[in-house]
Design a protein around this ligand. Structure first.
Ligand code: FAD
Length: 618
């Protein structure tokens, strides 16, 4: 048995792609959870694969402290241009429009392009810096998986690992027993097969030619994301980080000139020749090919993302999960593969950690498949439409309204209208044990229950620093209560915000109930308050005790819990439609999704909601 290879772990993650490493980075923040992450590759991915990083993914990376690096390094997709045949000479393309990529105010984060290999490197960096100092084990192929059905074993899942050298079997194997196994092992997932699930959907694959090139061209939009739809086929141009590199996507099934690609013997030279035909009268001279691939993918989906049959849910708890391409595949056109895979893992990670650490009830684990399967189904429906629009040949005389005849201008309008979806901020989880019904939504109209907490600028009271409120949410597994205060002075007895803060330090407080002895008071439920007064008008020392918790070995006071509006950047109460008279408390899950909006005086409802999820630690 190789050194450092454990025999028993809490979580075994199979696969070091985007899903596997987000999950590993999340679990690495909990040193009391033992995690092992393996891949059959002989080392980290060095280049290639996906590269689109949606605004929502950048928001998630912020929780890992990785957003600054990503934003600095990435290409920013600020605008997109659209090209189609010139009506006067259809052999030439002409620009039909140029639009903003991300609508104003959708996210504080940009849409960026960064190579998947770099994204994975950031995540490995986060894992290595974490309290667990977690590192992937490469050269291990998970070949067999069995689950002990008796329910008596603490580590019911047994996985056989074949040791590989240069992707070849060495004949050596090890076994690992795990409480939970997560198959982040891609579209051909063996974990999926082992739990008897399958990807269902299109029988045929779409084939994409993709290459990252250094090129000299007279095509004017080479540093803009450009969707070109010509009689010869379609090409998507994605400028890359660093200023020179460009990614060219060609949908090979849509290329009209078949002899270019006969027998699927695609080469970068053939891809470049097709790109030149499509871009005519412009030319692109490829000087160097950094990476290229022919990438085949169909639109497919699993009916459930865990090992428990629907008939036995919720009575039996899952022990094996699948995430990312293992449970859904779709085209690369809308750039969602890496993003949705990471979002799956982000959804699962905090739930596994909470159950393993004994802070949440195991029923929580059922919500992973329920939530993410629905998101994947929506994505596939969206991708189908988006792909059809993208690939349809432009017709002479423009859009006739016929389904087969999609004018690029119609595609352009569709593209703009779907911006929220592609930015990753349209996800809305249905009511469940962790998502309340939106009974009090009027109190915070801009923070819809079930959707991600949309950050907004504020000024931190204690040090007058302008910050984004949403960025207080780290990948630390804590629930967050954002108390949006009513108009009263928080020191006055009329203040409902004050009364809530006092309740939160009382005997009946959910904090007292759910925080394990010895843990920091904000480690399970973290309270942040936003007052309506200016930051110079509120004395810091008059803040309620829950907003000045004493933490750590020295009992230091955490002063970073209270905020005020930032008039220079926009008042958060206006930006997020908060009822100024009533105020409200917004309950946010550890993955930044709004779980509940409640009136400030709904103390018992707040406590009851959290008691349905969190374990009584007293
Ligand atoms: P993956 O990234 O596929 O990771 C799965 C990992 O599991 C791999 O590292 C694999 O080695 C490992 N693994 C599999 N089986 C086992 C096993 N039994 N034991 C141990 N390890 C195992 N998307 C785009 O949007 N644009 C693109 O241009 C694009 N190009 C792509 C090109 C290629 C060649 C591929 C394969 C994918 C491409 N994708 C692209 C898709 C995108 O990369 C995926 O959507 C995304 O990587 C999914 O992440 P994941 O973590 O679910 O799976």
């Amino acid at each position: 048995r190789p050194e450092g290879l454990p025999e028993e772990v809490d979580v075994l993650i199979v696969g070091c792609g985007p899903a596997g490493l987000v999950l590993a980075a999340q679990l690495a923040n909990f040193p009391d959870v033992t995690t092992m992450v393996i891949d059959r590759r002989d080392g980290p991915l060095e280049v290639g694969q996906a590269d689109g990083v949606a605004c929502r993914t950048v928001e998630m990376f912020e929780a890992f402290g990785l957003a600054d690096q990503l934003i600095a390094e990435g290409y920013w997709v600020n605008e997109v241009s659209f090209w189609r045949p010139d009506p006067d000479d259809r052999s030439r393309i002409t620009r039909t429009g140029r639009i903003q990529d991300v609508e104003d105010g959708l996210s504080e984060m940009p849409h960026v392009i960064v190579n998947q290999a770099r994204m994975l490197a950031y995540l490995r960096g986060s894992m290595e810096r974490s309290a667990s100092r977690l590192r992937p084990h490469y050269g291990l192929h998970a070949s067999e998986l069995t689950v002990d059905p008796s329910g008596e074993s603490e580590h019911p899942v047994t996985v056989t690992l074949q040791h590989l050298a240069d992707f070849r079997e060495t004949g050596r194997t090890s076994t690992v027993r795990a409480r939970y196994v997560v198959g982040c092992d891609g579209a051909r997932s063996g974990v999926r097969t082992a739990i008897g699930r399958e990807l269902v959907g299109d029988l045929t694959n779409q084939t994409w030619g993709v290459m990252d090139v250094l090129a000299v061209t007279d095509f004017p939009d080479i540093r803009l994301k450009a969707a070109v739809s010509a009689d010869q086929g379609s090409v998507l141009i994605i400028p890359r980080e660093g200023g020179y590199l460009v990614r060219i996507y060609l949908e090979l099934d849509a290329v009209r000139d078949r002899d270019m690609l006969e027998n699927r013997s695609v080469t970068p030279e053939k891809l470049a020749a097709v790109a030149n035909r499509i871009l005519h009268p412009y030319t692109i001279e490829v000087k160097d090919v950094g990476w290229w691939s022919v990438y085949e993918i169909g639109q497919r989906l699993c009916d459930k993302f865990d090992d428990v049959p629907a008939a036995e849910t919720p009575s039996r708890h899952p022990h094996v999960f699948i995430a990312g391409d293992a449970c859904h595949t779709h085209s690369a056109k809308a750039g969602q593969g890496m993003n949705v895979s990471m979002a799956d893992a982000w959804n699962l990670g905090w739930k596994l950690a909470a159950v393993l650490r004994g802070t949440a009830v195991p029923d929580l684990l059922h919500t992973y498949s329920a939530e993410r399967q629905e998101v994947a189904a929506e994505l596939i429906a969206f991708d189908r439409e988006f792909s059809r629009m993208f690939s349809a040949a432009p017709k002479e005389g423009g859009d006739s309204g016929d389904d087969e005849d999609i004018d690029p201008e119609r595609f352009q309008r569709y593209f703009a209208a779907q911006g929220r979806f592609t930015a990753g901020v349209a996800t809305r989880y249905a009511p469940s044990m962790i998502t309340a019904s939106p009974e009090f939504q009027d109190l915070a109209r801009g923070l819809p229950v079930g959707m991600r907490f949309h950050s907004a600028p504020v000024v931190r009271l204690a040090d007058a620093k302008p910050v984004q409120l949403g960025h207080v949410a780290r990948a630390d597994g804590a629930w967050r209560l954002y108390v949006f205060a009513d108009r009263s002075d928080p020191a006055s007895p009329d203040s409902r915000a004050r009364a809530l803060c006092d309740f939160l330090v009382s005997e009946k407080s959910p904090i007292a109930r759910h925080t394990p002895a010895g843990a920091d008071p904000d480690s399970v439920i973290d309270v942040r308050a936003v007052f309506q007064q200016g930051h110079r008008d509120l004395p810091v020392d008059a803040m309620p005790a829950v907003l000045q918790p004493r933490k750590g070995r020295f009992g230091l006071v955490d002063y970073e819990k209270a905020f005020c509006p930032d008039p220079a950047a926009g008042d958060i109460f206006d930006l997020r439609g908060i009822d100024r008279d009533a105020g409200c408390v917004v309950v946010v899950r550890p993955d930044q999704y709004v779980a509940h909006v409640l009136p400030l005086d709904a103390h018992d409802e707040l406590a009851d909601f959290l008691a349905g999820i969190l374990v009584d630690a007293r």
